[in-house]
Design a binder for this molecule. Structure first.
Ligand SMILES: [Zn+2]
Length: 332
Protein backbone atom coordinates (compact mmCIF):
# COMPACT_ATOMS: atom_id res chain seq x y z
CA UNK A 1 0.00 0.00 0.00
CA UNK A 2 2.27 2.79 -1.16
CA UNK A 3 1.83 6.28 -2.54
CA UNK A 4 -1.59 7.73 -3.25
CA UNK A 5 -3.56 4.85 -1.73
CA UNK A 6 -1.57 4.87 1.49
CA UNK A 7 -2.00 8.62 2.06
CA UNK A 8 -5.65 8.47 1.08
CA UNK A 9 -6.43 5.60 3.44
CA UNK A 10 -4.53 7.21 6.32
CA UNK A 11 -6.57 10.37 5.86
CA UNK A 12 -9.76 8.29 5.79
CA UNK A 13 -8.80 6.62 9.06
CA UNK A 14 -7.81 9.87 10.78
CA UNK A 15 -11.08 11.41 9.64
CA UNK A 16 -13.02 8.47 11.08
CA UNK A 17 -11.19 8.79 14.39
CA UNK A 18 -12.08 12.45 14.62
CA UNK A 19 -15.74 11.77 13.85
CA UNK A 20 -15.91 8.96 16.38
CA UNK A 21 -14.33 11.14 19.06
CA UNK A 22 -16.85 13.93 18.49
CA UNK A 23 -19.73 11.40 18.40
CA UNK A 24 -18.59 9.90 21.72
CA UNK A 25 -18.63 13.31 23.36
CA UNK A 26 -22.39 13.62 22.82
CA UNK A 27 -23.63 10.01 22.50
CA UNK A 28 -25.00 7.51 25.03
CA UNK A 29 -23.79 4.51 22.97
CA UNK A 30 -20.27 4.70 24.35
CA UNK A 31 -19.56 0.95 24.12
CA UNK A 32 -20.00 0.36 20.39
CA UNK A 33 -18.23 3.61 19.55
CA UNK A 34 -15.23 2.64 21.68
CA UNK A 35 -15.03 -0.68 19.80
CA UNK A 36 -15.04 1.17 16.46
CA UNK A 37 -12.45 3.62 17.70
CA UNK A 38 -10.23 0.70 18.74
CA UNK A 39 -10.53 -0.75 15.23
CA UNK A 40 -9.48 2.57 13.70
CA UNK A 41 -6.55 2.92 16.10
CA UNK A 42 -5.45 -0.62 15.40
CA UNK A 43 -5.54 0.06 11.60
CA UNK A 44 -3.42 3.20 12.10
CA UNK A 45 -0.97 1.23 14.24
CA UNK A 46 -0.70 -1.46 11.54
CA UNK A 47 -0.01 1.32 9.02
CA UNK A 48 2.90 2.51 11.18
CA UNK A 49 4.22 -1.05 11.47
CA UNK A 50 3.90 -1.65 7.75
CA UNK A 51 1.43 -4.56 8.08
CA UNK A 52 -1.65 -2.59 7.04
CA UNK A 53 -3.46 -4.04 4.00
CA UNK A 54 -2.19 -7.58 4.65
CA UNK A 55 -4.70 -10.35 5.32
CA UNK A 56 -4.48 -11.51 8.95
CA UNK A 57 -5.01 -15.14 7.90
CA UNK A 58 -2.68 -15.57 4.91
CA UNK A 59 -0.57 -12.37 5.05
CA UNK A 60 -1.22 -11.73 1.33
CA UNK A 61 -2.47 -8.30 0.22
CA UNK A 62 -6.14 -7.52 0.79
CA UNK A 63 -7.88 -6.42 -2.46
CA UNK A 64 -7.20 -2.67 -2.89
CA UNK A 65 -10.72 -1.87 -4.07
CA UNK A 66 -12.12 -3.40 -0.89
CA UNK A 67 -9.80 -1.32 1.29
CA UNK A 68 -10.86 1.81 -0.53
CA UNK A 69 -14.49 0.91 0.15
CA UNK A 70 -13.79 0.02 3.79
CA UNK A 71 -10.34 0.90 5.24
CA UNK A 72 -11.03 -1.39 8.24
CA UNK A 73 -11.10 -4.61 6.20
CA UNK A 74 -8.64 -7.13 7.69
CA UNK A 75 -9.10 -10.28 5.63
CA UNK A 76 -8.72 -11.03 1.92
CA UNK A 77 -11.73 -12.41 0.01
CA UNK A 78 -10.41 -15.95 0.38
CA UNK A 79 -10.44 -15.67 4.15
CA UNK A 80 -13.83 -14.17 4.90
CA UNK A 81 -15.84 -15.87 7.63
CA UNK A 82 -18.87 -17.94 6.45
CA UNK A 83 -21.18 -15.14 7.64
CA UNK A 84 -19.24 -12.50 5.71
CA UNK A 85 -19.34 -14.72 2.62
CA UNK A 86 -23.08 -15.20 2.88
CA UNK A 87 -23.66 -11.43 3.16
CA UNK A 88 -21.45 -10.84 0.13
CA UNK A 89 -23.26 -13.55 -1.87
CA UNK A 90 -26.68 -12.11 -0.97
CA UNK A 91 -25.51 -8.69 -2.17
CA UNK A 92 -24.29 -10.13 -5.47
CA UNK A 93 -27.50 -12.11 -6.01
CA UNK A 94 -29.53 -8.97 -5.53
CA UNK A 95 -27.28 -6.93 -7.85
CA UNK A 96 -27.57 -9.67 -10.47
CA UNK A 97 -31.38 -9.62 -10.24
CA UNK A 98 -31.47 -5.83 -10.53
CA UNK A 99 -29.24 -5.95 -13.59
CA UNK A 100 -31.43 -8.62 -15.26
CA UNK A 101 -34.42 -6.36 -14.70
CA UNK A 102 -32.66 -3.57 -16.61
CA UNK A 103 -32.56 -5.67 -19.79
CA UNK A 104 -35.16 -5.11 -22.51
CA UNK A 105 -37.86 -7.70 -23.23
CA UNK A 106 -36.67 -10.58 -25.38
CA UNK A 107 -37.72 -11.01 -29.02
CA UNK A 108 -39.19 -7.59 -29.70
CA UNK A 109 -40.92 -6.51 -32.91
CA UNK A 110 -41.42 -3.05 -34.35
CA UNK A 111 -43.03 -1.92 -37.60
CA UNK A 112 -41.05 -3.90 -40.21
CA UNK A 113 -38.39 -5.10 -37.74
CA UNK A 114 -37.60 -7.96 -35.39
CA UNK A 115 -34.94 -7.86 -32.65
CA UNK A 116 -33.43 -10.51 -30.42
CA UNK A 117 -30.44 -10.53 -28.11
CA UNK A 118 -28.36 -12.92 -26.04
CA UNK A 119 -26.85 -11.64 -22.79
CA UNK A 120 -24.49 -13.88 -20.83
CA UNK A 121 -22.62 -12.67 -17.76
CA UNK A 122 -19.24 -14.09 -16.80
CA UNK A 123 -19.85 -13.61 -13.07
CA UNK A 124 -23.01 -12.62 -11.22
CA UNK A 125 -23.11 -9.24 -13.02
CA UNK A 126 -21.94 -7.90 -16.37
CA UNK A 127 -20.33 -4.76 -17.77
CA UNK A 128 -22.17 -5.17 -21.09
CA UNK A 129 -24.99 -2.78 -21.83
CA UNK A 130 -27.88 -3.91 -24.01
CA UNK A 131 -31.08 -1.97 -24.56
CA UNK A 132 -33.98 -1.51 -26.97
CA UNK A 133 -36.06 1.61 -26.45
CA UNK A 134 -39.18 2.71 -28.34
CA UNK A 135 -39.08 6.39 -29.24
CA UNK A 136 -41.25 8.54 -27.02
CA UNK A 137 -42.68 10.50 -29.95
CA UNK A 138 -45.04 8.46 -32.09
CA UNK A 139 -43.60 4.96 -32.06
CA UNK A 140 -42.33 5.34 -35.66
CA UNK A 141 -38.71 4.97 -34.68
CA UNK A 142 -36.90 3.04 -31.98
CA UNK A 143 -33.38 2.72 -30.58
CA UNK A 144 -31.10 -0.23 -30.08
CA UNK A 145 -27.93 0.10 -28.03
CA UNK A 146 -25.19 -2.39 -27.31
CA UNK A 147 -22.08 -1.47 -25.37
CA UNK A 148 -19.28 -2.58 -23.11
CA UNK A 149 -18.14 -0.66 -20.03
CA UNK A 150 -14.43 -0.77 -19.19
CA UNK A 151 -13.36 -3.20 -16.49
CA UNK A 152 -15.19 -6.24 -15.22
CA UNK A 153 -17.46 -7.38 -12.42
CA UNK A 154 -19.39 -5.18 -10.04
CA UNK A 155 -17.63 -1.90 -10.94
CA UNK A 156 -18.36 -2.43 -14.65
CA UNK A 157 -21.97 -3.38 -13.88
CA UNK A 158 -22.44 -0.06 -12.08
CA UNK A 159 -21.22 1.75 -15.19
CA UNK A 160 -23.66 -0.37 -17.21
CA UNK A 161 -26.56 0.71 -14.97
CA UNK A 162 -25.37 4.30 -15.29
CA UNK A 163 -25.42 4.10 -19.10
CA UNK A 164 -28.87 2.53 -18.98
CA UNK A 165 -30.22 5.50 -16.98
CA UNK A 166 -28.49 8.07 -19.20
CA UNK A 167 -29.86 6.65 -22.47
CA UNK A 168 -33.35 5.99 -21.11
CA UNK A 169 -33.54 9.63 -20.00
CA UNK A 170 -32.04 11.09 -23.18
CA UNK A 171 -34.16 9.13 -25.68
CA UNK A 172 -37.23 10.89 -24.27
CA UNK A 173 -35.75 14.29 -25.25
CA UNK A 174 -36.16 13.55 -28.98
CA UNK A 175 -32.61 14.71 -29.80
CA UNK A 176 -31.06 13.76 -33.16
CA UNK A 177 -29.02 10.54 -32.82
CA UNK A 178 -25.52 12.07 -32.93
CA UNK A 179 -26.47 14.71 -30.36
CA UNK A 180 -27.98 12.07 -28.14
CA UNK A 181 -24.67 10.19 -28.09
CA UNK A 182 -22.71 13.43 -27.56
CA UNK A 183 -24.91 14.32 -24.62
CA UNK A 184 -24.62 10.79 -23.20
CA UNK A 185 -20.83 10.95 -23.51
CA UNK A 186 -20.71 14.26 -21.70
CA UNK A 187 -22.91 13.09 -18.82
CA UNK A 188 -20.93 9.85 -18.56
CA UNK A 189 -17.59 11.73 -18.68
CA UNK A 190 -18.60 14.31 -16.10
CA UNK A 191 -19.94 11.75 -13.67
CA UNK A 192 -17.27 9.05 -13.81
CA UNK A 193 -13.64 9.23 -12.83
CA UNK A 194 -11.06 8.62 -15.54
CA UNK A 195 -9.93 6.01 -16.68
CA UNK A 196 -13.45 4.56 -16.98
CA UNK A 197 -15.06 4.59 -20.40
CA UNK A 198 -17.51 2.61 -22.49
CA UNK A 199 -17.66 1.61 -26.12
CA UNK A 200 -21.09 1.31 -27.68
CA UNK A 201 -23.19 1.29 -30.81
CA UNK A 202 -26.34 3.37 -30.70
CA UNK A 203 -28.73 2.73 -33.58
CA UNK A 204 -32.07 4.25 -34.49
CA UNK A 205 -34.43 2.52 -36.90
CA UNK A 206 -37.57 3.65 -38.71
CA UNK A 207 -40.45 1.69 -40.22
CA UNK A 208 -39.19 2.77 -43.66
CA UNK A 209 -36.08 0.57 -43.26
CA UNK A 210 -33.80 3.51 -42.58
CA UNK A 211 -31.21 3.08 -39.83
CA UNK A 212 -28.86 5.61 -38.28
CA UNK A 213 -25.84 4.11 -36.62
CA UNK A 214 -23.44 5.85 -34.27
CA UNK A 215 -20.48 3.67 -33.28
CA UNK A 216 -18.51 5.02 -30.32
CA UNK A 217 -15.34 2.93 -30.54
CA UNK A 218 -17.20 -0.39 -30.40
CA UNK A 219 -16.60 -3.64 -32.34
CA UNK A 220 -17.89 -3.06 -35.88
CA UNK A 221 -21.49 -4.26 -36.37
CA UNK A 222 -22.04 -6.48 -39.40
CA UNK A 223 -24.55 -5.61 -42.10
CA UNK A 224 -25.76 -8.77 -43.81
CA UNK A 225 -27.44 -8.42 -47.21
CA UNK A 226 -28.06 -11.44 -49.43
CA UNK A 227 -25.00 -13.31 -48.12
CA UNK A 228 -22.77 -10.21 -48.37
CA UNK A 229 -21.35 -9.04 -45.07
CA UNK A 230 -20.12 -5.48 -44.52
CA UNK A 231 -18.28 -4.25 -41.41
CA UNK A 232 -19.54 -0.91 -40.15
CA UNK A 233 -16.56 0.90 -38.68
CA UNK A 234 -16.56 3.16 -35.62
CA UNK A 235 -17.62 6.76 -36.23
CA UNK A 236 -16.31 8.15 -32.93
CA UNK A 237 -14.26 7.51 -29.80
CA UNK A 238 -15.53 5.56 -26.78
CA UNK A 239 -17.91 7.39 -24.46
CA UNK A 240 -16.41 9.19 -21.50
CA UNK A 241 -12.90 9.72 -22.90
CA UNK A 242 -13.50 13.39 -23.71
CA UNK A 243 -16.41 15.38 -22.34
CA UNK A 244 -16.66 17.37 -25.58
CA UNK A 245 -16.44 14.35 -27.91
CA UNK A 246 -18.20 14.78 -31.26
CA UNK A 247 -20.06 11.97 -33.00
CA UNK A 248 -21.45 11.41 -36.46
CA UNK A 249 -23.94 8.86 -37.76
CA UNK A 250 -23.90 6.53 -40.71
CA UNK A 251 -27.23 6.17 -42.48
CA UNK A 252 -28.25 2.81 -43.96
CA UNK A 253 -31.35 1.53 -45.67
CA UNK A 254 -32.22 -2.09 -45.04
CA UNK A 255 -34.50 -4.11 -47.29
CA UNK A 256 -36.63 -7.05 -46.19
CA UNK A 257 -34.25 -9.96 -45.47
CA UNK A 258 -31.33 -7.69 -44.48
CA UNK A 259 -29.92 -7.88 -40.95
CA UNK A 260 -27.57 -6.18 -38.55
CA UNK A 261 -25.49 -8.16 -36.10
CA UNK A 262 -24.03 -6.43 -33.05
CA UNK A 263 -21.76 -8.04 -30.48
CA UNK A 264 -19.28 -7.33 -27.70
CA UNK A 265 -15.63 -8.41 -27.73
CA UNK A 266 -16.56 -11.26 -25.39
CA UNK A 267 -17.48 -13.01 -28.66
CA UNK A 268 -14.67 -12.07 -31.04
CA UNK A 269 -11.93 -12.25 -28.38
CA UNK A 270 -13.07 -15.62 -27.01
CA UNK A 271 -10.18 -18.13 -27.01
CA UNK A 272 -10.21 -21.90 -27.38
CA UNK A 273 -7.92 -24.45 -25.70
CA UNK A 274 -5.27 -23.89 -28.39
CA UNK A 275 -5.34 -20.19 -27.39
CA UNK A 276 -6.71 -19.17 -30.81
CA UNK A 277 -9.02 -16.19 -30.97
CA UNK A 278 -12.56 -16.59 -32.36
CA UNK A 279 -12.11 -13.38 -34.34
CA UNK A 280 -14.14 -11.10 -36.57
CA UNK A 281 -13.37 -13.02 -39.74
CA UNK A 282 -14.92 -16.25 -38.50
CA UNK A 283 -17.98 -14.34 -37.31
CA UNK A 284 -18.28 -12.51 -40.60
CA UNK A 285 -18.01 -15.75 -42.63
CA UNK A 286 -20.55 -17.47 -40.45
CA UNK A 287 -22.98 -14.54 -40.67
CA UNK A 288 -22.78 -14.67 -44.47
CA UNK A 289 -23.25 -18.45 -44.69
CA UNK A 290 -25.79 -19.02 -41.97
CA UNK A 291 -27.78 -15.85 -42.35
CA UNK A 292 -31.44 -16.27 -41.52
CA UNK A 293 -33.91 -13.46 -42.04
CA UNK A 294 -35.08 -13.90 -38.45
CA UNK A 295 -33.00 -12.71 -35.48
CA UNK A 296 -33.28 -15.69 -33.13
CA UNK A 297 -32.02 -18.33 -35.63
CA UNK A 298 -29.15 -15.99 -36.56
CA UNK A 299 -28.14 -15.67 -32.90
CA UNK A 300 -28.48 -19.42 -32.39
CA UNK A 301 -26.17 -20.06 -35.37
CA UNK A 302 -23.55 -17.70 -33.86
CA UNK A 303 -23.78 -19.30 -30.42
CA UNK A 304 -23.59 -22.83 -31.87
CA UNK A 305 -20.47 -21.90 -33.82
CA UNK A 306 -18.88 -20.27 -30.78
CA UNK A 307 -19.56 -23.36 -28.71
CA UNK A 308 -18.02 -25.58 -31.43
CA UNK A 309 -14.98 -23.31 -31.55
CA UNK A 310 -14.52 -23.23 -27.76
CA UNK A 311 -15.11 -26.98 -27.41
CA UNK A 312 -15.40 -26.68 -23.64
CA UNK A 313 -12.88 -23.88 -23.08
CA UNK A 314 -14.49 -21.33 -20.71
CA UNK A 315 -15.39 -17.77 -21.73
CA UNK A 316 -13.25 -15.09 -20.06
CA UNK A 317 -15.52 -12.09 -20.58
CA UNK A 318 -19.17 -11.08 -20.59
CA UNK A 319 -20.87 -11.85 -23.89
CA UNK A 320 -23.68 -10.04 -25.65
CA UNK A 321 -25.07 -10.39 -29.17
CA UNK A 322 -27.98 -8.58 -30.78
CA UNK A 323 -29.57 -9.33 -34.15
CA UNK A 324 -31.88 -6.91 -35.91
CA UNK A 325 -33.74 -8.15 -38.99
CA UNK A 326 -35.73 -6.20 -41.52
CA UNK A 327 -38.92 -8.06 -42.28
CA UNK A 328 -41.58 -7.17 -44.77
CA UNK A 329 -44.58 -5.68 -43.02
CA UNK A 330 -46.70 -8.82 -43.52
CA UNK A 331 -44.51 -10.90 -41.21
CA UNK A 332 -44.34 -8.57 -38.24
ZN1 LIG B 1 -6.15 -14.15 3.17
Amino acid sequence: MAGFTDTFLREQLLDRRERLNSAMAVSQQGGSLVALLNEVDSALARMDEGTYGLCEACHESVEKTRLLADPLVRYCLDHLTPDQRRVLQDDLDLASQIQRDLLPREDLAFDGWQVAYHYRTLGPVSGDYCDVIASAEDGKDWFFILGDASGKGVAASMLMAHLHAIFRALVATGLPTHQLVERASRVFCESTVSPYFATLVCGRAWGSGEVELCNAGHCPPLLIQAGQVTRLEATGLPLGLFCEGRYSVETLRLRPGDSLLLYTDGLTEARNVADEEYGEERLSNLAGERHAPRPRPLLDACLDDLSTFLSGSPLKDDLTLMAICRTDGAHT
